[in-house]
Design a protein around this ligand. Sequence first.
Ligand code: CO
Length: 182
Amino acid sequence: MESNRPFDESTRIHDVIIYGHPTLRKRAADITVFDDELREFAREMFATMDDYEGIGLAAPQVDRPIRLIVIGLPDEERETYDYFAAANPVIKESSGSWDFEEGCLSIPDIRETVTRPETITIEYDTLQGEHKSLVATGMLARVLQHEIDHLNGILFIDHLSPVRRALLNGRLKRLERESQES
Ligand code: CO
């Protein structure tokens, strides 16, 4: 398992910031320099995502407001993970609709059903600065949309109906207080 992982035991692990931290609500900055520092930071994001047992992570979640996301989806057939990093990702097209329960490393212990398009086309830059496009469906499309939202200061709870959101208010307020105390 995980023989293809793009990090090792020596890779730095960052702290994931929690709901209430102002960086989670900022629009992250475009990435314009594709150098070794960026690629090392991407490795650190992969290591952090793995350490927190997540399947996706956006740079603002480690208090670095730049437009970089990483994804690591388990591939059951091959017993490996498909690791993917994207800089400056933008959704160009979307279609279909799919309800699925989401959580977020920055909003611990809350899971809610979110409706999102099922298939999307994104454009992004690789860590080498190469411009590419990708058509994604199912779980990959789901995680991409969740992580791209983070780059725009949007959290999955923002997609809930006012009634669902109101029901979470007490727990969110508590997270906010804990986040500000730490
Ligand atoms: Co999240």
